[in-house]
Structures are given as structure tokens and as C-alpha cells.
Design a protein around this ligand. Sequence first.
Ligand code: F6R
Length: 609
Amino acid sequence: MCGIVGYIGKDNATRALISGLYRLEYRGYDSAGIALLTKDNIFLKKVAGRVSELDNAIRDRVPDASIGIAHTRWATHGVPNDINAHPHTDCEKRFAVVHNGIIENYRTLKKFLEKKGHRFETDTDTEVIPHLIEEFYDNDLMSAVKKACSYFKGTYGLAIISLANPDCLVVTRMGSPLVIGKGKDEYIVASDLAAIISYTDKVIYLNDGDVAEIHPDRLRIESREFGPVAPEIERVTLSLEQIERGGYKHFMLKEIYEQPVILRDTIRGRLNYEEGIARLHGIANYIEKLRDAERIIIIACGTSWHAGLIGEYMIESLAEIPVEVEYSSEFRYRRPVLKKGTICIVVSQSGETADTLAALREAKRHGATVLGICNVVGSSIARETDAGIYIHAGPEIGVASTKAFMAQIMTFALLSLLLGRLRRLPVDEGRDIINAIRRIPDQIQSLLEELPGQIKELARTFKDHRNFLYLGRGYNFPVALEGALKLKEISYIHAEGYPAAEMKHGPIALIDKNMPVVVIAIKDAIYDKVISNIEEIRTRQGIVIAVGSEGDSQLKKNVDHIIYVPKTLDHLYPLLTILPLQLLAYYIADFRGLDVDKPRNLAKSVTVE
Ligand code: F6R
């Protein structure tokens, strides 16, 4: 949510900043801006709209500069227009700041600063930052930034340049991500690695409360609380190929097609057929605690929350440990009862979701062990959990999560196998599960070859419908939720997911001859019940699009459209049934001519609450 990038070094700063912004655009895309330090002033350009609009506005019209900062915005305070776009400056335009996060006490600070004569131009919370730095500045930018930060309540990742200190860039963070890339006589800082890896693979992750003063050839880091910090340089393995579209029309489609490969990465080295068990080295020291847990609480938001629900069903049925699934935003603000024997598992693709990070900290404050299921290596959540499992989905750029969801489900399949075997499952059953897990990537590969033609047809037929209902039961109830979420977020069609049997407690009133109802009706333990639900829809003339198990010819007779998926074990079906729903959402949005990768009002990583 908001992307910030800063550059200092020998190269042309504009080039580094604009290419960085393009790579960070998935974090927010309602306005963009750049500030460059020149000999006499700070050159500033801000525009409402996409990065390309900023790029066009400054092309051939920028001064030479080797220090600068830039921003792509997802508006929180102040409508997205030119003025509210970042960077923001002080009264004399001597300091420029880009910010990701929210300064919650900005109204109080603004009043304080206005009394001191500061003049404000925007409706943003961010504008108090340069003014406060101006207020405290005494020939040392880093000290002024540190002092200003001690007044902020909220979250921030900041990059600051100053006319008075033309040889350095200062950055700091609290609750919002910030990575420093170290090149040869140059540094590039950004909200995430995507903007950095074309420059260098050497990075330094800042911790909350750290402030860094960066010169082209050196940097100094200080923790506001603990004093000087020795920079720890890490090498990253991310490649440019992984963050490019590679011939696909959209990142979302590329990421859907990557799923077989991703799942092979998720399970690689983690299955032991001999013992019929999974091995998860990241949580090796917590296995006994987990095995003996009296209760597990899974905490997440959005799609990750849906994966958590599938995890709940898997762990309860395979390992018989009671599991609850909580929205991070709810968990953090109520009084959770975390008795000894409760283990929390936070699930997050980005590892930066503000509510999940806050929930993690809240759980730790109560003394709970908190484990993570995360995608982004080195992210805040990955670093703050006691231990965790990486899902190995690679960078997910499409705003609508697809491959991360699959990899999260697979990770829960591994975890439930491990816990199940440690608690109650015989080795043979463990081996059957391993066999089924190993087949999944190939099964998805075949579906990716077979389904698109049929799904495109369905998408053409239904693209102009205004409402959809998605129904599923058991393991496939969360898949119904996820299918509905995918459709609404990228196509702006209203869609609701429901447990199929709940339909008659309300949503059935919506059903008429214009209502498409997507029903997941695979041959699992509750198949017959779902068939009855389909009858209830048909009786009311609803249009049924069913996802069924291959070979189920009976089902075909009872529905309007059918999409088959291959057979697997009940608890692994979500890995197959979600695929047609991802494709359906994608093609409907594409046929509607929408920007699939950058849906309106959304941003990839929600770093504000
Ligand atoms: C939907 C989607 C969001 C995220 C949610 C949590 O397609 O991507 O609902 O799942 O914002 O994000 P993470 O998993 O990064 O914590």
C-alpha cells in the first residue's frame, strides 16, 4: 500500500526512481510523484493517475540529479489529486518526504505546527512530517528526523531529502516495510525488493525504529531506542524474470499458470514417503508444542483468511486439534483469551499486512507462541514470528491473490499431515496423502491445458450479469468464499460466497432465472447434500454452474454448465476446485475490459489498518 523509492549514487536518479515506481505500482496506483535534489532547489512533480502519467509529464523535462525520492500512492487521507500526491514539502521547500503508512495523530501535530506559523497545502496526514522536520532541523537531517519520529503515532516508512544536506538520503520505518539495496557507490531504497533487484542483490532490512543516513559510498544506521546498529547485508535470490509478465497479458494470468510449478516448490524436500509424514524445518523447534497444543488460532485477512479456514478443516479432521480462524482486524482489538497451550498461526502472503502484524504483536504480548505462514522472505511478519513456514510462491504482483492462496492451502496440507501423523494417523494413511499431494501439480497442469476454452465461453456468457452466488460445503465452502472474492475484486460484479446449506436461510430469496450460482459439487463425503442444494436452486430457476468430479455424468444432467476437475482426497480438493473459479473471474474481468492487475480502490499489500 503506497510504494516508496529513493536513490543516491552515480546513476541518473530519475531513471532509477521511475523504473522503481513502475515495479512498485501494484502497491498503489492513484497518484505518483518525484522529488529530485538539484544544486539550487528541490525539483518536484506530482500527478493524479498512474506512474505512466508521471513518466510522460517529466520526460525530457527533468534536471540532472543523483539524489531523489518518489512515490506511488494509495490514498488514505486526502483525495487522489496532484496536490495530495507525494512527495510533500515544508514551508520553504527545503525538505521533501515520501511516506507509506498513516500518521494517526496528524491533526494534533498540524494544530501545533500551524500555531508555530507553518502553512499547509494538502489534506494529507503526511504533510506534518516535513514541517516537523523543518521545525526541529539544526544542521543535521538525521537528528531532525529522529526527533520528528518521536512525535508520530501510527505507521511509517519514510525517505527524506534535504537541500541543506545535499549529499545524503535519510530513511526510517515503523510498521511499514523498507529495504535498502547496496550497489557500488550507490544505494536504492524501496518498500520492497521489486524496485531494487535490477540494481543489486545485496540488501539491508531496516527494523522498526531504525533510521539510516545514506551517502553514495557509505551508510550509518541508528536505532532510535538502542543507538548505533551494524548493518547486516543479506543476499536475495529474486530474479527479474520472476517479477515480469513474461508474455502473459496480465500478472494474474501468469500467476495462475505458475501454480503447478509453485506447488512443486512448496512441497519440495518436505515429504517423507517412508514415514508417511511431512517435514517442516522452519518450525522444527515448535513441533512438539504444536502436537500438544490444546488450541490453534489461525489469524489472517482476505484470501489468506480463506486459506486459514481450509487449514482449520484440515487440521481438525486430520490431527483433531481444535482450531479457530480469526480476522486479524478483529483479533487485534478484542480481548483474546490465550491460555497456555494455545498456539497462534498468522498467515500472510506479503508479510506486511498491518492488521496481521498488529495481531501477531498482540498475541505475543499475551505470551502466545506465534508461528507464521508467509510468502515474502524477510518480511516483517516473517521476522517477528517465533518461527514459520515459507510457502515459496515467488513474488505475487497481480493484486488479486492466486498462486499464494494455492501455496497456502498446500502448506496447510503439509502441516495437517505432519500433525495428523504425530497424533493419530497411521503411516499408510500418511503415504496415501503424500501420493495424492504429489499428483496435484500435474492435475493442475492438465486443468490449465483443458479448461481455458470452456471457461472463456462461460465468461462471455455471464460477463454482464450483475450478481453471482458461490456455494460450497466442507473444505469447499472457503473455496466458494474465495471464488466470490476473486470475481468481485477484479470484475466489480457483486458476488457472495455461502456454505451451500445456509442458502435457504436467506440468500435463496435472491435466486431467479437471472442468477448464476456457482456450486462446488465434487464427490466427497457430503456430495448428496450438495445435490439437494442444487435442486433447491433449480426449482427456483437459478442458473447452476457446477464444479464436479471427473466422471460424474449424473451431475451433468442436473445443472446448466459443468466444469470437471480430477479426483483427489477430500481435503485436497480445494487445490483443484479453486482453479476454474480463478480463471472464471479472470476472463470475466478481461472481457469486461478491466485492468485485472490493478483493480480500482485496491492495493497489493495493505500496510494501513
Ligand atoms: C485478495 C487479496 C487480499 C489479501 C489480503 C491479505 O485477492 O489478495 O484479500 O489476501 O489483503 O494479504 P496478505 O496475505 O498479504 O496478508
